[in-house]
Design a protein around this ligand. Structure first.
Ligand code: ADP
Ligand code: ZN
Length: 221
């Protein structure tokens, strides 16, 4: 099963994907996490990607597609994958279709998360993430506080704020999303595998509630 998480920054793609990884026993692959790991380790890829990420722009397609293609060549994805944060441009989506085709696979489901902009901004500037790359648990000072301030409940590591989670960068990331990524909604609608879900406190639905609904829908098929 190949699932894609689509949606603007801060809609809860990562939260939904990590629950689906557990429940469906498939691999969660997040391009943002791959880039952040490389930035931390100061690899060539990390140095290249960092300036785009800090500015709220997309890392160029050629670089990003290569990263994903390499990742999809590893053997641990045989049971299935959830791609979180990829594709983000029509070109990435087309290249992904080609990469999968070569492996005799295709995109099975696209989960499109939708949240009002002001709620996205409030949510991202209050987001904190576990600094331990193996853990990556996500917290929120408004919605999901850690038991001890600044410390991860799961592994005890320090929580950090992502450098790109400032109001200014989030507004740029939203603009980037609407210009370059939102055309993918139509792209996958045409393929007939799009499933749109609202994630908003106004309807009492956060990422974990949406993930439960999705598991039910997928298991009923
Ligand atoms: P969010 O969904 O909250 O914006 P991500 O962790 O998915 O966060 O992405 C962080 C940043 O990494 C993006 O703003 C972008 O600069 C870069 N990035 C991640 N995935 C891609 C991609 N598929 N193409 C280009 N850049 C990407
Ligand atoms: Zn942790």
């Amino acid at each position: 099963m190949i699932i894609i998480m689509l949606g603007a920054p801060g809609t809860g793609k990562g939260t939904v994907a990590s629950i689906l990884q557990e429940k469906l026993n498939i691999k969660h692959i997040a391009t943002g996490d791959i880039f952040r790991k490389n930035i931390k380790e100061k690899t060539e890829l990390g140095m290249l990607a960092e300036k785009y990420i800090i500015d709220g722009d997309l890392v160029p397609d050629d670089i990003t597609i290569k990263v994903v293609e390499d990742r999809l060549n590893k053997p641990d994805i045989e049971n299935g994958i959830i791609l979180d944060g990829f594709p983000r441009t029509v070109r990435q989506a087309q290249e992904l279709d080609i990469i999968l085709q070569k492996k005799g696979k295709k995109v099975d489901r696209v989960i499109n998360l939708v949240t009002p902009d002001e709620e996205i901004i409030e949510r991202t500037i209050n987001r904190r993430v576990c600094s331990n790359q193996e853990c990556r648990e996500v917290y929120n000072l408004l919605l999901k506080r850690p038991k001890i301030e600044g410390i991860c409940d799961v592994c005890g590591s320090k929580l950090i704020k992502r450098k790109d989670d400032t109001e200014e960068t989030v507004r740029t990331r939203l603009k980037t999303y609407f210009e370059q990524t939102s055309p993918l909604v139509e792209y996958y609608e045409k393929q007939g595998n799009l499933m749109t879900q609202q994630v908003s406190k106004s309807i009492n639905k956060l990422g974990k509630d949406v993930a439960e609904d999705i598991v039910k829908i997928l298991n009923n098929k």
